[in-house]
Design a protein around this ligand. Structure first.
Ligand SMILES: Cc1cc2nc3c(=O)[nH]c(=O)nc-3n(C[C@H](O)[C@H](O)[C@H](O)COP(=O)(O)OP(=O)(O)OC[C@H]3O[C@@H](n4cnc5c(N)ncnc54)[C@H](O)[C@@H]3O)c2cc1C
Length: 449
């Protein structure tokens, strides 16, 4: 069974951000020459060979950065590509929910090497943390020295915005992230959540769902299913309490409601319109507008924003509710600077913040960069949001969505879903198998030649 996604659904998925993104397009341009640099260069040169062609530096070896590094080199072999990534071990965020229920092992997520990706695809992996940017001299400052660029892509992902769930004190934010991590950014959070699920002895396990255009719309609901499947299998006397800030499940609602009611009755309790407004870590209580809820353990997924790096480097749109970058929705360059691009989940577009979106968008941005390096331009085309969600671990069963996007009437910004967008909400084994195949395909595309 499939269902067309309509404009109402589109607005639910990303409409709030659409307004901010469009505003950014019409605002006055920041002249590249007047670029505000976030930090002075270190003065130490990064240990890199001299560039053999126009140097394209990419920040962030996630789905977006890895895709662009590979495909920009393919599109324009003269590019001298350097991927700057602060992690020295890759492990994917996507598919991590499946690890909690034993559908996959850790190797599935982490047996992928930045070194191999770079060697297989003719670019350099530079293990460093970006700390500053001077757009006037085209210098990127990193913990391992300065890098000159001809073109720069910044794809650092997201950060949590704990203030939006009432946790404003930096100390309390750090304690919350350490005690009840959201599991939507870094692999170390996944390890902690898996241990919590495996060791859970009973009671209430809370999974929160934030408002706004958060990363991976179906992710928290899929996770609730995977945790509930562990409780069901191990006969744990406990429940997963899904506290959703939204009025209903934000995507694939019929499919998730069916799974909650038919597979996990009495194990998953779903509470809509339950925005978290405060947390007491000592007492293990959460506050919503109407309730105070006691819990035994939790994965607290707060609201999100673009990576703090975007703000730190002076690339943030001050009008953006999620502090996303001030870029052209069509070409991804910073408004007024065609040398600097922001992609992936730090973008202001009302797209679903997902790996498939970042991957297909990355291939388009690679073409934009190749064209611009040769003084040309290309026509916009849509990324694709294909997203599977496993709802049953044994037997494997999933639901999915396949969405594209169209421009507004003026052709200046994203206007809504494309007419061929479809939801597949009847869970079955074929989609369960396809969920794993999709992930394997993503790893192949990012790490192999
Ligand atoms: C639990 C979970 C389930 C998901 N499930 C799915 C799914 O089923 N399907 C799907 O399509 N998507 C899914 N996603 C979403 C998907 O993983 C992300 O949307 C996607 O990976 C975003 O890619 P990105 O490149 O923008 O960000 P990321 O993949 O987060 O990459 C950002 C990179 O930038 C690096 N970085 C940040 N700051 C710096 C710095 N200062 N210097 C150097 N490097 C830096 C980071 O280390 C990181 O490697 C899921 C995500 C999670 C967490």
């Amino acid at each position: 069974m499939s269902e067309q996604l309509d404009r109402r659904n589109f607005l639910k998925m990303g409409g709030a951000v659409l307004a901010a993104g469009t505003a950014g397009l019409t605002g006055s341009a920041i002249a590249a020459g007047k670029a505000k640099s976030a930090a002075v260069a270190t003065g130490m040169k990064a240990a890199l060979p001299p560039a053999k062609g126009p140097r394209l530096v990419i920040v962030g070896g996630g789905t977006s950065g890895l895709t662009i590094a590979k495909y920009a080199k393919k599109e324009y072999p003269k590019f001298d590509v350097v991927l700057v990534e602060k992690r020295d071990m890759y492990s994917s965020c996507f598919s991590s929910n499946l690890w909690y229920s034993g559908v996959i092992d850790l190797e599935f997520l982490a047996d992928h090497s930045f070194l191999d990706a770079a060697r297989n695809n003719g670019y350099l992996y530079f293990n460093a943390t970006v700390t500053g940017l001077d757009r006037t001299s085209r210098t990127l400052a990193t913990s391992e020295g300065d890098i000159q660029y001809d073109f720069l892509v910044i794809a650092p992902g997201i950060s949590y915005d704990y203030a939006r769930i009432g946790v404003k004190d930096p100390g309390a934010q750090a304690a919350l992230r350490q005690t009840f991590p959201g599991g939507f950014i870094s692999p170390t959070e996944h390890v902690t959540i898996r241990r919590k699920v495996q060791e859970f002895e009973g009671g209430v396990f809370v999974q929160t769902v934030p408002s706004g255009n958060y990363r991976c719309l179906p992710g928290p609901y899929e996770r609730a299913c995977m945790i509930a499947s562990v409780f069901k299998k191990n006969r744990i006397k406990g429940k997963v309490l899904v506290l959703d800030a939204n009025a209903d499940i934000t995507i694939k609602a019929a499919g998730f409601h069916a799974a909650f009611n038919e597979l996990y009755k009495g194990i998953i309790e779903y509470k809509p319109s339950s925005e978290v407004t405060g947390i007491d870590l000592e007492k293990r209580t959460l506050k919503t507008e109407f309730d105070t809820i006691k819990f035994d353990d939790a994965a607290i997924y707060s609201n999100i924003r673009a990576s703090t790096l975007i703000e730190h480097l002076g690339l943030m749109d001050p009008k953006s509710a999620q502090k996303e970058a001030r870029i052209s929705q069509l070409h991804y360059n910073l408004i007024g600077d065609e040398r600097v691009y922001v992609t992936g989940d730090s973008r202001p577009h009302p797209y679903s913040k997902s790996a498939n979106t970042s991957n297909t968008e990355g291939k388009y941005v690679a073409k934009v960069l190749a064209a611009r390096a040769q003084g040309k331009d290309i026509a916009w085309y849509s990324p694709r949001t294909i997203c599977y969600s496993m709802v049953s671990a044994d037997p494997l069963e999933a639901i999915s969505v396949d969405a594209g996007y169209v421009l507004n009437k003026e052709g200046t910004a994203i206007g809504g879903f494309s007419p061929d967008t479809k939801l597949f909400e009847n869970r079955d084994g074929a989609k369960g198998k396809a969920t794993l195949e999709w992930a394997r395909g993503m790893y192949r595309d990012m790490f192999e030649a």
